[in-house]
Ligand binder design. Structure first.
Ligand code: SF4
Ligand code: SF4
Ligand code: SF4
Ligand code: FES
Length: 944
C-alpha cells in the first residue's frame, strides 16, 4: 500500500449511538449498532478484502470479494452489506473463503492488462493489493478469450486520464459522482461482459456533464481513472496536510509529495469542512504556484512609466520605507496606508495590520472584504453580536428547509454545494432567491420548491415581504422571541414589516416575483422545524447590503432559527481567508476580534503590548483612500495580494487613484493589473510555501503547512517585519507560531488557539477560549453573543442606479466554477480549458430585440464605461437582466460598474448596474484587446 493512502473502513460510520457486541475471528468486538460487518472488522484491525466498497459511499455489494462466514447463517454473505447483530460470530478467514475470493480475483485478472510493473498505479492499486491479499498465484482462464484490453483511452480531461482497459466495473466512480459530488455524470452502460463506464451519454469526460471534481479518480481502485501528474511523475512517498488556497469552504488537503515535488493534491478525509471531497480548483489547479511567470525578485521603478529594474530584498525594503517616511513627512502621518490580503494567512494579515497601526502610526488599514462581505460583518454584529456565520457546514444535514439567497454554491462553494445537495436529495426543501436560474434551481435529482427570480436590487423588499407573510400567518416563534430577543426592537420591526408596502402583492410589483410564490416560500420557511439561510455576494454587494443582512437575521430570529443545528444565517464567504482577514483587525475601525479602535480599554491593551500610541480615530476605508488619493492627500499604499485595478468597481476611478500616488507597493505572486501602477513589487509566496492558518466561512481555523521553501527567499511575514523595522518599528517574531501566540493573547475569541493545538486536533472554530477550549461549531446556543437578539428595521431605499431608455437592462455579476476571483491563479492553469473568457448571458428575447447572435462579440455599456465580450444566449437569465463574471482582465467587467455602495460599509454595488448591450459593430475598436488576450492566453496555456 502506498504510504500516502488514507484509511478506508469500507462503509460509512453508523449514525446510531447504541452499541452491540460481536465476535470477529474469535475476538470480542464492540461497535455501534448499524455498523456493517466489514466496518466492524476493519475498525478492529481485520482487513477483510474489498473492491467495490469505500467508506464515503453506500455499500453496493457487487464484487463479492468481501464474503465472510457468520455462525447460523447460510452461505457466504458480503460483509459490506451485512449489518452486525448482537452476539454475531463472524469468521473472515477460512479455506473456503480464501477459495471463493481467489475465484473472484481470477475473473477480474483474466480481463486485465498484466502490466503492473509499468502501470502508473503500481504500488497504489487496490486490485494489485487484493490479488496479493487473497493469494492469487495463477489465472486458469487464459488471456486469449474476449477482453477489453484494446478499449480506447480518454485523455480529454486536462487533469486525469480514463483507461477503460483497466476497468473492473466496480461502479465506485459512478457512485462517487452520484453520492459524493452529486453531479450524476457517469453511468454503467450495457450488461454483463458489455458493461462499461460512460460519461454522460457516451461522451468524452470533457464534453460530458463532468465538473472535474476528481471524486471518481480518487474512488477508482485501479489505474482506470488516474491523475495525469501521477502518470507523469510517479507515485508519492509522503504527504503534508494543508488547506486549499481558493474559496472560503477551506477544504483540507494532503499534498502528496515525491521527494520535494508535489505530485497530487488529495482531499483529506479528516478535513472538518470537506470530509475528503474537493472541487476542480483545489484538487487540480495548483500548478500556478510554480508557474514560470511568477516574479521571484523584488522590482523597483521611480515612475510607473519606467521599466522595472530588479533589486535586492534590502534595497526594495529600504526604498519602500524611505519613500513612505518621506511621504509622511511631507503629507502627514495619515497619507499612507496598507491593505491586507484575504488570500494570505492570519499570521501574515495580522502583521500587516500591526505594521499600519504601530509602524505607520495610523488606522488606514482595510481588506478586500470591503468589497464583498463587509455588510455581513456589520449586519450580523448589529443583530446577533458576532461578525460571522452561525453554523458549521455539517449543520446543513439537519436542515428541513434551505433558503439560498444571492449565492451560487455549485459554482462558488462547490464542496459545500455537494453536501447541501446530499441533504436536498434526502428530502430537505429548497427556496432559491436569485435573479438567475442557478444550477440548484434544477439539476439532477434536485428541484427548488420555490425559485423567486427577483430583479437585482430588490432583496430588501423581498425579505420584508417574507417576514410580512410570516407575521400575518402566525408563524412567529413567540416564546423564543420573548425569551431571547430585545422586545422593544421586535415590536418596532413588526410594526414596520406590517406596513402595506411590505405585502407580497406590493413587493411583487417591485421585484417581478408572483405574490403567491412569495407567500408560499415564506410559509415553507416559517413552518419548518429547522430552516437555514445560506447567502452570498448577491446579498452583500448592494447599496442596501447591510440592511439585507439584518433583514435575514431578523427573519431567522423571528422564527427561532438561530442557536441550534440545521438553522442559522450563513454567509458563504468568497476567498480562502476573508473571514480570517476580518478577524485579524483588518478594518480601519476595528482591532483584532472586531473590537472598536475607539474603545480606550481595547486600544490600551494593544498600546501596552506593542509599546506605541494608537490613533483612537478609525482610518480610511479603501474607497476613502482612493478619493483622498485623487484629492492629493493620500500618497502611499502597501498592498498585500490584492488586484484593485481589476477587482474593484469603477475601474477608471481606481486607476486614477492609483496613478495619483507617489509610492504604490504591491506584494503578489505575479505582475497584475494593479502592478501597472506600482513603484515597488515585492514577490509573495504561494500557499505551498506558507506556514500558518486560514479561517474558513464556518470560522474554522485550519493549518496551512509549507511543502517547499519560499521560492523568492522570504516568508511574507518576514517581508512585512523587515519593512516595519526599516520604518523604525522593529518586530522580532522568530516564526509564524509566535505570531499566532500574540493573536491568541490579544484576541478574546482566539485565546485557546495555538499551532500546537491545531496540530493535535486538526482544526477549531472560533470562539476558542477558556469557555470553549475545543471551539464553537454553532453560535448563539441558549442566548445571543450580544445578549438579547436585536431586531433592526429594514426600510427599503431603492438604489440610485436606475434603468433608463439609454441603459434599459440590469447587469449583475457572479462566479464560475473553474475560475477564481480575478483569475490570477486559475488563468495560469489548465482550468482555462473550460472557461477561457468572460461571457455575457442574455435572454433570447433581449438578444433578438438587439439582433445579437450566440457567441457574437457585443458591446456592454453603462453610465461609467464600456467593454466588449461574447454573448451567451440563455434562459438562465430573465428578460431585462444580463449577467457576467469578472475573472478576465481583458474584459475588465468592472469598467462598467458604478461607484454606488452599501450605506453602512461602502461595499460596492456590483450586483446592479444599468447597461445597454449591442452588437459590437466597431469591431476594430475591441480587436486589439482581444488579440492581446489571445496572445496572453496562448502564452499561459503553453506554460501551464
Ligand atoms: S473506472 Fe475505476 S472506479 Fe470506475 S468502475 Fe472502473 S475500476 Fe471501478
Ligand atoms: S470528476 Fe467529479 S464530476 Fe466528473 S465524473 Fe468524476 S466524480 Fe463526476
Ligand atoms: S471548494 Fe473551495 S476550498 Fe474546497 S477545493 Fe474547491 S476551491 Fe478549494
Ligand atoms: S466489497 Fe463487498 S461486495 Fe465488493
Amino acid at each position: 500500500m502506498n504510504p500516502t493512502t488514507q484509511t478506508d473502513l469500507g462503509t460509512p460510520a453508523s449514525p446510531l449511538d447504541e452499541t452491540v457486541k460481536v465476535e470477529i475471528d474469535g475476538l470480542p468486538v464492540t461497535v455501534k449498532a448499524g455498523t456493517t460487518v466489514m466496518r466492524a472488522a476493519r475498525e478492529s484491525g481485520v482487513d477483510v478484502p474489498k473492491l467495490c466498497a469505500s467508506d464515503n459511499m453506500k455499500p453496493f455489494g457487487s464484487c463479492r470479494l468481501c464474503v465472510v462466514e457468520i455462525e447460523g447463517m447460510n452461505g457466504y454473505p458480503a460483509s459490506c452489506t451485512t449489518v452486525v447483530e448482537e452476539g454475531m460470530k463472524i469468521s473472515t478467514q477460512t479455506d473456503e473463503l480464501a477459495r471463493l475470493r481467489r475465484n473472484v480475483m481470477e475473473l477480474y485478472i483474466s480481463d486485465h492488462p498484466l502490466d503492473c510493473l509499468t502501470c502508473s498505479a503500481n504500488g497504489d492499486c487496490e486490485l494489485q493489493d487484493m490479488a496479493g491479499a487473497v493469494g492469487l498465484r495463477e489465472v486458469r482462464y487464459g488471456y486469449d478469450g474476449a477482453n477489453h484490453l484494446d478499449a480506447a483511452l480518454d485523455t480529454s480531461n486536462p487533469y486525469f486520464t480514463f483507461d477503460p482497459s483497466k476497468c473492473i466495473v466496480c461502479s465506485r466512480c459512478v457512485r462517487a459522482c452520484d453520492e459524493v459530488q452529486g453531479t450524476f455524470a457517469l453511468t454503467i452502460e450495457g450488461r454483463g461482459f458489455e458493461s462499461k463506464v460512460s460519461a454522460s451519454i457516451n461522451e468524452s469526460f470533457l464534453d460530458s456533464e463532468c465538473v472535474s471534481c476528481g471524486a471518481c479518480v480518487q474512488a477508482c481502485p485501479t489505474a482506470t481513472l488516474i491523475e495525469n501528474t501521477i502518470v507523469d511523475h510517479g507515485q508519492p512517498d509522503h504527504s503534508v496536510k494543508t488547506t486549499c488556497a481558493y474559496c472560503g469552504v477551506g477544504c483540507s488537503f494532503r499534498a502528496d509529495m515525491k521527494g520535494a515535488q508535489v505530485v497530487r493534491m488529495t482531499p483529506d478525509k479528516d478535513g472538518g469542512a470537506n470530509h475528503g471531497h474537493s472541487c476542480v480548483k483545489g484538487r487540480f489547479a495548483w500548478g500556478y504556484a510554480t508557474h514560470k511567470e511568477r516574479v521571484l525578485s523584488p522590482l523597483i521603478r521611480e515612475n510607473i512609466n519606467d521599466p522595472w529594474r530588479m533589486a535586492t530584498w534590502d534595497e526594495a525594503i529600504n526604498y519602500t520605507a524611505n519613500r513612505f517616511k518621506e511621504i509622511q513627512k511631507e503629507h502627514g502621518v495619515k497619507s499612507i496606508g496598507g491593505i491586507t490580503s484575504a488570500r494570505c494567512t492570519n499570521e501574515e494579515t495580522f502583521i500587516v495590520m500591526k505594521l499600519v497601526r504601530a509602524g505607520f502610526g495610523n488606522n488606514n488599514v482595510d481588506t478586500c472584504a470591503r468589497v464583498c462581505h463587509s455588510p455581513t460583518g456589520y449586519g450580523l454584529k448589529q443583530t446577533l453580536g458576532t461578525s460571522a456565520g452561525t453554523q458549521l457546514f455539517d449543520s446543513v444535514m439537519d436542515a428541513d428547509v434551505i433558503m439560498v439567497i444571492g449565492a451560487n454554491p455549485t459554482e462558488g462553494h462547490p464542496v459545500f454545494a455537494s453536501q447541501m445537495k446530499r441533504r436536498l436529495r434526502e428530502g430537505a426543501k429548497l427556496i432559491v432567491l436569485d435573479p438567475r436560474k442557478i444550477d440548484l434551481v434544477r439539476s439532477p435529482h434536485i428541484k427548488a420548491d420555490y425559485h423567486l427570480p427577483l430583479l437585482p436590487g430588490t432583496n430588501v423588499p423581498m425579505i420584508n415581504a417574507l417576514a410580512h407573510v410570516i407575521i400575518k400567518e402566525g408563524l412567529l416563534a413567540e416564546d423564543y422571541i420573548k425569551e431571547r430577543c430585545d422586545l422593544e426592537s421586535f415590536e418596532a420591526w413588526k410594526k414596520q414589516i406590517l406596513k402595506p408596502e411590505n405585502s407580497p402583492e406590493m413587493v411583487s410589483e417591485i421585484s417581478g416575483v408572483p405574490a403567491d410564490d412569495i407567500r408560499n416560500a415564506a410559509i415553507l420557511y416559517g413552518s419548518a422545524e429547522r430552516s437555514a439561510i445560506y447567502y452570498g455576494l448577491g446579498v452583500s454587494e448592494h447599496s442596501q447590503g447591510s440592511t439585507m443582512v439584518m433583514g435575514m437575521a431578523n427573519l431567522a430570529m423571528a422564527t427561532g432559527n438561530i442557536g441550534k443545528t440545521g438553522v442559522g444565517v450563513n454567509p458563504l464567504r468568497g476567498q480562502n481567508n476573508v473571514q480570517g482577514s476580518c478577524d485579524m483587525g483588518s478594518f480601519p475601525h476595528e482591532l483584532p476580534g472586531y473590537r472598536p479602535v475607539q474603545d480606550d480599554e481595547v486600544r490600551g491593551s494593544f498600546e501596552k503590548k506593542w509599546g506605541v500610541t494608537i490613533d483612537p480615530e478609525p482610518g480610511f476605508r479603501i474607497p476613502n483612500m482612493f478619493d483622498a488619493a485623487i484629492a492629493g492627500q493620500f500618497k502611499g499604499m502597501y498592498i498585500q495580494g490584492e488586484d484593485f485595478a481589476q477587482s474593484d468597481p469603477n475601474t477608471q476611478h481606481v486607476e486614477e487613484a492609483l496613478s495619483s500616488m507617489d509610492c504604490v507597493v504591491v506584494q503578489d505572486l505575479f505582475l497584475t493589473e494593479t502592478t501597472k501602477f506600482a513603484h515597488v513589487f515585492l514577490p509573495g509566496t504561494s500557499f505551498l510555501e506558507k506556514d500558518g492558518t486560514f479561517t474558513n466561512a464556518e470560522r474554522r481555523i485550519n493549518r496551512v503547512r509549507p511543502v517547499m521553501k519560499p521560492k523568492q527567499g522570504k516568508a511574507e511575514w518576514q517581508i512585512t517585519q523587515d519593512l516595519a523595522k526599516a520604518m523604525g518599528y522593529p518586530m522580532n517574531y522568530k516564526n509564524e507560531a509566535e505570531i499566532m501566540d500574540e493573536i491568541a493573547e490579544m484576541t478574546p475569541t482566539f485565546t485557546g488557539v495555538s499551532f500546537k493545538k491545531l496540530d493535535e486536533v486538526g482544526s477549531v472554530q472560533w470562539p476558542c477560549n477558556e469557555k470553549a477550549p475545543m471551539g464553537t461549531p454553532i453560535m448563539h446556543i441558549g442566548g445571543f453573543v450580544r445578549g438579547k437578539g436585536l431586531f433592526k428595521e429594514t426600510d427599503y431605499v431603492p438604489t440610485k442606479e436606475r434603468t433608463s431608455r439609454k441603459f434599459p437592462l440590469l447587469l449583475t455579476t457572479g462566479r464560475i466554477l473553474t475560475q477564481y476571483n480575478v483569475g490570477t491563479q486559475t488563468r495560469r492553469t489548465a482550468n482555462m480549458t473550460w472557461y477561457p473568457e468572460d461571457l455575457l448571458e442574455i435572454h433570447p428575447y433581449d438578444a433578438e430585440m438587439r439582433g445579437i447572435k450566440d457567441g457574437e462579440l457585443v458591446a456592454l455599456a453603462s453610465r461609467k464605461g464600456e467593454t466588449a465580450l461574447k454573448a451567451r444566449i440563455t434562459e438562465r437569465v430573465q428578460p431585462g437582466v444580463v449577467y457576467t463574471t469578472f475573472h478576465d482582465p481583458a474584459t475588465g467587467a468592472n469598467v462598467v460598474t458604478t461607484e454606488y455602495s452599501d450605506w453602512a460599509t461602502n461595499c460596492p454595488e456590483y450586483k446592479v448596474t444599468a447597461v445597454q448591450v449591442a452588437p459590437a459593430v466597431h469591431r476594430s475598436k475591441w480587436q486589439h484587446k482581444f488579440e492581446k488576450r489571445a496572445k496572453e492566453q496562448g502564452k499561459i496555456l503553453e506554460t501551464s
